[in-house]
Design a protein around this ligand. Structure first.
Ligand code: GLN
Length: 499
């Protein structure tokens, strides 16, 4: 009997490798086969690392042959957003600025996945430097939504969501500064988690907004995401990241505890907000009913300052990005354009030609807002709004365990149909406040839209370091919605068989 990787969870793959049902090398071959059959359509990858994959698989197989116990993700195919360093790969941030940049060290998050036995299949496409919600701003090529190739996968971690949705890998990592894990997860019909700020080390991940950035996993099941979380926190605090915390724990222990006795907050006014489509509204009402059916108590809460979150984020984010991206000047890092006799001129030319439009827009905005005349009016005000939003959440989480809301106001849209940057910024309306407050959040696929037939995700947000509880609630929602493990129909079954 042939088994397809499409049908297996991360836990089943690791168990199969440990039991000798198939080898890690066979899994690597099957994953490369799936990529070979599906990638022309999806274009999730910027680099496929066949050699690294076979090397890692051979090491797992050798450990098994030597009778050693295998780690929890042994043989599980994974891939990484291309803002994460991995020795032996380029780390480009999908930008001309870093097009030839070879990683000189490995990010802690990547290292921990590999230490857990995962097989690295490659690096994934993204919006340039993680600015965006479509992945269309990649300097190399767009990525297509596996459910409908004419549509965007969301962003900025669009490659990470699409690769998992297409069944090219079982787990991927992305980064989320204002929604870049949860939003593409929702648009591609997979689970995507943004852990609490500080839970996962950012060391070796190219920074966008250092006070907002957080690494997290994608999977087709909450359980796969929980397993990845175990790996990401294993080993405790990372001394290389001053903001990382010691959060070592087993996210599987209480995963199936259910939601009996849990209190989940909803904000009815949010569903009536401009731009929320009726199918998303219906899907979220149904998700609340299902959680209630599973034993949760649903109560109304309010986050009164959430309406100011986008404005605050599009001040704080660009200001932090401006300072983080200053190093890419063709002198210290990145693409260098010759043809100017002064260092300053060379740096200006390199930046002018190395960065795409959105990366320039963010940096110009940040530079402008941080100027001495404007600083108090914008940056300082945004920080005050940040304090208010954080306090709103604190009050809400005194009475609820999690808050349920949409991840995205709409399903995936067609490439090129939203060109106004300000309109794109509105796509982040439900995700941003979570980063501003540093809390945890997760998007879980709940259904296909009644009008579009495309995936809709529901977002659960939890308090800082309430990640384990959040996963338990997400698991209960997943079970009630019966969407676990789905591979996008256009990709399912094309290659990927374990012989
Ligand atoms: N879409 C948001 C932005 O463009 C979020 C990006 C992210 O989380 N990296 O800033």
């Amino acid at each position: 009997m042939t088994v397809s990787l499409d049908a297996l969870s991360a836990r089943q793959i690791a168990a199969g490798v440990a039991a000798g049902s198939f080898s890690a090398t066979e899994v690597a071959r099957a994953a490369l086969d799936a990529i070979g059959h599906r990638e022309d359509d999806v274009q999730a990858f910027v680099q496929v690392t066949e050699e690294l994959a076979y090397d890692a698989a051979a090491r797992i197989d050798a450990r098994r042959a030597a009778g050693e116990p295998l780690p929890p993700l042994a043989g599980v195919p994974v891939a990484f957003k291309d803002n994460m360093n991995l020795v032996g790969t380029r780390t480009t941030c999908a930008s001309h600025m870093l097009a030839g940049y070879e990683s000189v060290y490995t990010a802690t998050c990547v290292r921990r996945m590999l230490d857990a036995g995962a097989i690295p299949l490659g690096k994934l496409n993204m919006d340039e430097f993680a600015f965006g919600s479509t992945t269309d701003s990649s300097a190399f090529h767009p990525t297509n939504n596996p459910w409908d190739l004419a549509r965007v996968p969301g962003g900025s971690s669009g490659g990470s969501a699409a690769a998992v949705s297409a069944g090219e890998v079982t787990i991927s990592l992305g980064s989320d500064t204002g929604g870049s894990i949860r939003q593409p997860a929702s648009l591609c019909g997979v689970v995507g988690m943004k852990p609490t700020y500080g839970m996962v080390s950012r060391y070796g991940v190219v920074a966008f907004g250092s006070s907002l950035d957080q690494v997290g996993p994608f999977g087709r099941r909450v359980e796969d995401v929980a397993l990845a979380m175990n790996a990401l926190v294993a080993g405790g605090r990372d001394p290389h990241d001053a903001t990382s915390q010691s959060c070592e724990q087993d996210f599987l222990v209480h995963l199936d505890d259910g939601v009996e006795g849990c209190v989940v907050g909803v904000i009815p006014a949010l569903l009536e907000a401009d731009g929320v489509t009726s199918e998303v509204r219906m899907a979220l009402r149904e998700a609340a009913r299902k959680l209630e059916g599973a034993g949760a108590r649903i109560v109304e809460v309010d986050l009164p300052n959430m309406a100011s979150a986008i404005a605050a984020y599009y001040v704080l984010g660009p200001c932090e990005a401006f300072s983080n991206l200053a190093r890419f000047d063709g002198v210290r890092y990145g693409y260098r354009e010759d043809g100017c006799s002064t260092l300053a001129g060379q740096s200006a030319l390199s930046r002018a030609h190395g960065f795409g439009a959105e990366a320039k827009r963010r940096q110009l905005l940040g530079a402008h807002l941080l100027s001495s005349e404007l600083y108090e009016r914008y940056y300082l005000s945004a920080q005050k709004v940040r304090t208010l939003i954080t306090a709103d959440y604190r009050h809400a989480f005194e009475v609820v365990d999690a808050i349920l809301m949409p991840t995205s106001p709409t399903v995936a849209w067609e490439h090129g149909t939203i060109s106004d940057p300000a309109q794109l910024y509105l796509a982040d309306v439900f995700t941003i406040s979570n980063n501003i407050a540093g809390n945890c959040g997760i998007s879980v696929p709940v259904c296909l839209g009644a009008d579009s037939g495309l995936p809709i995700g529901a977002q659960l947000q939890g308090p800082a370091f309430g990640d384990a509880r959040l996963l338990t609630i997400a698991r209960a929602l997943e079970r009630a919605c019966d969407q676990a493990g789905v591979v996008a129909p256009a990709c399912a079954g094309r290659g990927g068989e374990l012989s």
